[in-house]
Design a protein around this ligand. Structure first.
Ligand SMILES: [Zn+2]
Length: 150
């Protein structure tokens, strides 16, 4: 069994989590899951153009681990692109540095450190706030629970 598996730091929750080829009924599509840490590797290396050393540092992992992660992510994206699969971004052993919080009353959305607890909307004072990072973490916990039952 591997030692304690370090969480990969992700800057903020992804904005888009579901991609599929157009014109194909959903039931006919094969699905592939890109973990949120794999998404972050692509974002840092290929979108922001960081080298692997910098990107690894951002995620709090070693350079070789980062290189494996980004290769795996590229492979999955290539598969989705070539084979026309539905791509879902979810799961992964992650922690968020920041979260987006959305006020369900006025619709205001803002980025803030995940550790900072904000209970009231800075715009309208409502406490009806959705934490988007929490949505990802909750999904992940559900997955773990499912995994335990196997
Ligand atoms: Zn508000």
């Amino acid at each position: 069994m591997p030692g304690p598996y370090r969480r990969r730091r992700v800057f903020q929750p992804p904005n888009f989590v579901n991609f599929k080829p157009s014109g194909i009924p959903r039931r006919a599509l094969k699905m592939i899951t890109l973990a949120v840490d794999e998404y972050e590797a692509i974002r840092l290396a290929d979108y922001n153009g960081l080298d692997h050393t910098q990107a690894a540092e951002n995620m709090g992992i070693s350079r070789p681990t980062f290189s494996r992660l980004v290769e795996k992510a590229r492979n999955k994206i290539a598969q989705a692109l070539v084979d026309g699969m539905e791509l879902i971004v979810e799961g992964g052993n992650i922690e968020f540095a920041n979260t987006r919080r959305r006020c369900l009353d006025c619709g205001d959305e803002y980025l803030s450190p995940y550790s900072e607890k904000i209970n009231d909307c800075p715009e309208c004072g409502s406490d009806n706030i959705e934490d988007i990072a929490d949505n990802f973490i909750k999904k992940k916990n559900n997955e773990n629970k499912r995994g335990d039952n196997v």
